[in-house]
Design a protein around this ligand. Structure first.
Ligand SMILES: [Zn+2]
Length: 150
């Protein structure tokens, strides 16, 4: 059942990104990685965060998971999506210009992102999210947060 676990891990990335945005104000995702229950979120950030901030990110993320919020998907033309949501839907890696329709994935009042992957329908289905390790790459101004979904 590798596929289902990866849907949960990928969905956890959206929740974690919302928490990272809330705690640190980090807006731009540089990359994401999923392998079974293991995931990694890399965001652009201007300084090394404190251990306490990282812990807060995980408390916030777990709280959101426990709240049982829906994942809502809207299919919109690129033009409509940009008009409605601005650049909030994008990551640092660009959506190819030939893509004219976007799936906008929304966790209400928490996270919004253009994403064509599969998600759980409710954050509760993610289960538990646990910090694995994190590191800050000063030269690139990138914060990598690795986690496991249990
Ligand atoms: Zn997604």
């Amino acid at each position: 059942m590798r596929e289902m676990i990866e849907i949960r891990t990928h969905s956890a990335l959206h929740v974690l990104k919302g928490a990272t945005r809330k705690v640190l104000g980090a807006k731009w995702t540089a990359s994401t990685y999923v392998n079974g229950p293991h995931g990694r979120l890399t965001v652009q950030f201007e300084r090394k965060p404190t251990e306490e901030e990282i812990n807060r990110i995980f408390v916030e993320a777990q709280n959101k998971i426990n709240e049982g919020l829906p994942f809502i998907t809207e299919k919109l033309s690129r033009e409509e999506a940009e008009k409605k949501y601005g650049d909030e839907i994008y990551d640092l890696f660009p959506v190819p210009p030939e893509v004219k329709e976007l799936y906008i994935v929304i966790i209400p009042e928490w996270n919004i992102n253009a994403c064509n992957k599969q998600h759980v329908s409710n954050t509760k289905e993610i289960g538990e999210i646990k910090l694995d390790h994190w590191r800050y790459r000063n030269a690139k101004k990138l914060l990598e947060i690795s986690f496991n979904v249990i």
